[in-house]
Design a protein around this ligand. Structure first.
Ligand code: HEM
Length: 502
């Protein structure tokens, strides 16, 4: 063993951009849109695995599907921890969040209960509520189409709150939605190495005054994170023991019922349920909303793509009903549109940071223990070899003879992360994205708005640079495709009826 370790220690580190004494690469890593720089450095070094360093920090960026599969998937037993973060755990008070827990018992307990209660095969639990929330959102689009971004955000927030806690949101200014938005904002910088650098200075936790921004974070974000975990859980518990004793079924209600049945009164069981519901709510709404905004923007920019998707919907679904999840397999063009949107603008451009649990060796390079490992989804999804002319929005690249072409790499397999830490909510996210896109396209036309002089207003196409990539607010003209749209939506809402409560 000693010989082997010695051998590994003699191996070179993977290549990377020029490093300076003491500070390594820290001055050259951009504060924003770093995925494009990582991809360029990879090309310049002729390697899909690059190494960057800073004081107390070693960072590995994986720019190819091969390296991600070899390391994060096949060696996930050692690549599945998360870096310990003073920023997230102590300043922000998010040490309970499953997505930042290190690999180990606490993470496994939470991940297990998530899978048990939201198993992909269990769509009967969430499908009725997805339909009900999407239909409600469609009606809002008829009434105030200019507020489409707000309606989509409320639909996703309402759906996750309903599934996790059985809580119904207010149609405006909902305190829980505002809370989750603020906590999500605080997490936006999480995959940028500058955040890790602050984490890598061990004394920082004792001197928060030294960093004014850290002090502000500690003061503002800590109570918000605690409220996010406690307040909706308390509301759900109150509902369960409410006046009529009838609670809306939810993740929390089912888990608590189970505890009562099993007479398991252990405090830690409550904590696991509370933490898991909290991460479901926080991780579930923002990223799905971001994906839908991207699709709407792409469809507005490509009227010909939109027209083809609508033609397919008219042929298969018709105009007498709204789409349902069971239509998905019959609508390959629409599936290709969604794949192309995930490819062109992946929601997390760089996956959440993984942490290597012990030293490793890959293709003749040494990967130091505790390295932070980032999968650069943007580089993989903009790779010319898999996706020629990657800058173009072209759903046809996924089709052959009118069917989905399985020979083209599926962007969905890259967009939701890797190995044991891959997104556990991907099936809910994908079905919500699909149903929302199909329903909006079947009922509405999305166009660029015009100003008072009749001039088309072009979107800036600018994106917010953070963990979840989302277009900056943009305007769009959404109008019903035919005169029967409102009645169709009202009919769907009437038949959902209990959907809100199943
Ligand atoms: C379009 C929407 C979504 C995208 C693109 C997305 C993507 C991701 C990615 C890339 C990761 C990190 C994976 C890694 O570390 O390799 C992740 C983690 C996670 N996601 Fe999602 N996600 C989405 C929606 C959701 C939804 C709807 C939920 C919950 C219902 C959810 C729950 C989680 C959780 C709990 C984690 C942390 C997993 C862990 O650390 O073990 N996500 N997601």
């Amino acid at each position: 063993l000693r010989d082997r370790l010695k051998q590994k220690n003699n191996l070179p580190l993977p290549p990377g951009p020029k490093k300076y004494p003491f500070i390594g690469n820290m001055l050259s890593i951009p504060q924003a849109f770093e995925w494009e720089t990582y991809a360029r450095w990879g090309r310049e070094c002729g390697s899909d695995v690059i190494y960057l360093e800073g004081p107390g920090l070693s960072l590995i960026v994986l720019n190819s599907v091969k390296s991600v599969t070899d390391l994060l998937d096949k060696r996930s037993a050692i690549y599945s921890s998360r870096p310990r973060s003073t920023m997230v755990n102590e300043f922000m008070g998010l040490s309970w969040l499953m997505s930042s827990l290190p690999y180990g018992k606490l993470w496994m307990e939470r991940r297990r209960i998530f899978h048990q209660r939201f198993h992909p095969s269990d769509s009967a639990v969430y499908r009725p509520r997805q339909l009900a929330h999407v239909h409600k959102m469609l009606l809002q689009l008829v009434k105030t189409p200019q507020e489409f971004m707000e309606h989509i955000k409320y639909m996703n927030g309402g759906l996750t709150l309903s599934l996790a806690y059985g809580i119904r949101v207010l149609s405006k200014n909902d305190p829980f939605i505002t809370l989750s938005e603020r906590v999500a904002e605080s997490l936006q910088s999480l995959s940028n190495p500058h955040t890790f650098l602050i984490d890598s200075i061990p004394l920082i936790r004792y001197i928060p005054e030294y960093f004014p921004s850290a002090k502000r974070m500690a003061r503002e974000w800590h109570p918000l994170a605690a409220r996010l975990r406690d307040a909706p859980f308390a509301a759900a518990q109150k509902d369960i023991v409410g006046a009529d004793g009838v609670a809306t079924p939810s993740f929390v209600s089912r888990c608590l019922e189970n505890l009562v049945k099993s007479e398991d009164d252990d405090k830690s069981s409550y904590e696991i349920i509370k933490d898991t519901a909290g991460v479901f709510f926080l991780a579930g709404s923002g990223s799905t909303t971001a994906a839908i905004y991207t699709i709407i923007l792409a469809l507005m920019q490509s009227p010909d793509v939109q027209a083809k998707a609508q033609q397919e919907l008219d042929e298969i679904v018709g105009r007498d009903r709204l789409p349902d999840l069971c239509d998905e397999a019959s609508l390959p063009y629409l599936s290709a549109v969604i794949k192309e949107a995930f490819r062109q603008e992946p929601v997390p451009l760089v996956s959440l940071p993984h942490s290597l649990m012990r030293e490793d060796e890959y293709e003749g390079y040494r990967i130091p223990a505790h390295s932070i490992v980032l999968g650069n989804a943007w580089a993989m999804l903009h790779n010319e070899a898999d996706y020629p002319n990657p800058e173009l929005f072209r759903p046809e690249r996924f089709l052959k003879e009118g069917k989905l072409n399985n020979d083209v790499r599926d962007p969905i397999a890259i967009s939701f992360g890797f190995g044991r830490r891959a997104c556990p909510g991907s099936h809910i996210a994908l079905s919500t994205v699909w149903l929302t896109t199909a329903s909006i396209l079947s009922a509405f036309t999305i166009m660029k708005p015009v100003d008072s002089d009749g001039k088309v207003i072009e979107p800036s196409m600018e994106y917010f640079s953070g963990v979840a990539s989302q277009p900056l607010p943009f305007k769009c003209d959404i109008s019903p495709r035919h005169s029967g749209v409102k009645a169709l939506i009202r009919g769907a809402i009437d038949s959902d009826g209990e959907g809100m409560d199943t």
